[in-house]
Write a protein that binds this ligand. Sequence first.
Ligand code: GLU
Length: 464
Amino acid sequence: MGTTITRFAPSPTGHLHIGGARTALFSWLLARHNDGKFVLRIEDTDRQRSTQEYTDAILDSMKWLGMDWDGELTYQSERFDIYNSYIDQLLEEGKAYWCECTPEQVDAMREKAMKEKRKPKYDGTCREKKFGPGENRVVRFKAPLEGRTSFTDMIKGPISVENAEMDDMILRRSDGSPTYNLAVVVDDHTMGVTQVLRGDDHVNNTPRQIQLYNALGWDVPKFGHVPMILGSDKKKLSKRHGALSVMEYEKMGYLPEAVVNYLVRLGWSHGDQEIFSREELIKLFNTEHLGNSPSVFDTKKLDWVNCEYIKTKAPADLVPGMRSFLSEDVEVEDAYLEKIIPLLQPRATNYKEMVEMSDFFMVSADVLEYDKKAVEKVFTPEAVEILKSLTAKIEADEEFSHDSLESICKDFLEERELKFKAIGQPVRLALCGRTQSPGGLYDLMLVLGKNETLARMNRAASLI
Ligand code: GLU
């Protein structure tokens, strides 16, 4: 077989949702795995519902997830002449015909067929009338009446449909615009697509499209229809299950690599491995291991995958992402964030949480807010005295390292025959303004630096 060419063909009538993103990822991986090409086509033939804003949002989501495409982006709206030339060819060859039946007449045919317990379809009234073009006329495909149309789906296996069950579908509407099935076949063929992976809501279109390939004398690509994603209640994933669009996941603070990893695993497997680098996905991806049953979207699992990525990344690699969630008035250096991040990595689920957990690092001692209740409870006269004495010892510590701080505190506790908790809570409260925070005491001090540590301890001691 020649070069693998796959494609993703979103309609810009909404944002890229996670189901679409997963289908796109499978196509993208199939192309990258085979050193092939991945093309992106915007299916904007529905002029009423398609917008540039949605196109831009889809492209942003593709870029965010790291799905690069080959060659120029194609817009179906710019290819009407191409579609029409193939419709004309089919008309000339007698493989399509003009039809003047009105939508009402076609509805009546369908109803009649249903009453007679036949499959509802256009009854072929105009098939042999040899009409030419005319107002309100559509062009229909002269579909084979006998035999079967069969193919082997890469995911679902063999699929076969009686030709008699299929309509003479419309190829060109009365307003001159081509229909989806015609445009997709022309595009997939002219773009050299070898494998079509798409959502299984399109599986019924495939036999019709194969009939068109045959009528046009073109090789039929391979098809694979990906089962849909369900919500936790096993119903089709929808808004009620929470976020749907890829961009919402970015806004919630997920890492794109984690979303990619999670989505690919949702419907594809490699043994029981859960975490894959991008390179591993490209190396290991195959259509044989795409599952044939619907997958259930599980936010907890996505959170777990995101945590794994946060834990294992180099702190410097998390700096830009974390910064994008900091409010604009926070002015801190990258180097400072890089020191804070290791304290957050063991427990944060996403960038948003990283920012929330570390808010006390982003202000200076004079404006740090203290939790009033905690102050009243923790800063007893004894605690304040301990805080003051310990502050003096730390001030005298030239070294200000993890080891030196540890030995200062140890000696201090030994001298006074105290347990660690005698300094644990007061010092944490002094440094962070609250009693719960990430990081051990010495790590907190080291990130804050000596001056800021002392300033916070002094301010805290003066609160009561
Ligand atoms: N534009 C179609 C959709 O967004 C996809 C068509 C296809 O993949 O063949 O559902």
